[in-house]
Ligand binder design. Sequence first.
Ligand code: NAD
Length: 256
Amino acid sequence: MPKVALITGSTSGIGLGVAEHFAQNGYAIMFHGLEVNGAQIAAELGAKYQVATSFSNANLLKPEAIAELVNETVSQLGRLDVLINNAGIQYVAPLTDFPGSKYENIIAINMNASFYASKAAWPHMEKQGFGRIINIASVHGLRASAFKTAYVAAKHGVLGMTKVMALEGANKNINCNAICPGYVKTPLVEGQIADQAKSHGLSEDEVVTEVMLKKQAVKQFVPITAIADMALLLAKDGSETITGTTFTLDGGWTAQ
Ligand code: NAD
């Protein structure tokens, strides 16, 4: 039976690229996200790579919907080997203008959803004697930038829970790791370019060169394929001693 991967937020951006890479490598995929064409993406990529796929638009703001997403994965695809907690949102504003509702939603989607999904996936992984949890965190799990209180807090939290889950999964063949990308050109970042232009009073081109890529030694957006390759490595059989750690794909940002 092929291995099964559930990738949250896989109908857009990084998640979509990672899901396609896993499908290409023979994994059955539970696609997930709020994009209206999610079912179509799942069907098309399933046909393209000849793997089973399914799709859910579970709202990650709701813990019970997250548990249902995990249960649906197992009931529709037969097991759950790899959970990639990827879905995330962003909001950029100075602290005093930061709406409480935006803060709460970022903490819920970017951090708490990883807890609820991992908690629901755990018994299945434990029963199988195999599990891989990969959290798509961010360089903002390790470093701060102004105007990103909620996002930076959530991503630091995700790195903390990654370490705890690694300890609890040790000797159960369940590993847990985080990937911390620098800037990747996805719809999430395209939105930030406009927002940051407003916050910093800069043009959109200046935001890319002078704000976003300023801290990366490599002045390029991080390719989604690099993140997908890293995730596939962490998911492999035999990767259980790689656990509790953080892989930065940040163009040298945190080397400084
Ligand atoms: P994206 O906006 O392209 O995709 C986000 C996905 O999350 C979408 O499928 C969306 O539907 C889903 N989602 C959002 N809110 C949801 C909710 N309430 N319920 C269910 N699904 C929801 O974003 P992306 O750039 O691909 O980001 C993916 C992950 O990578 C995020 O965790 C982000 O923080 C992280 N990341 C992105 C970058 C970057 O530069 N793009 C850098 C570092 C880390």
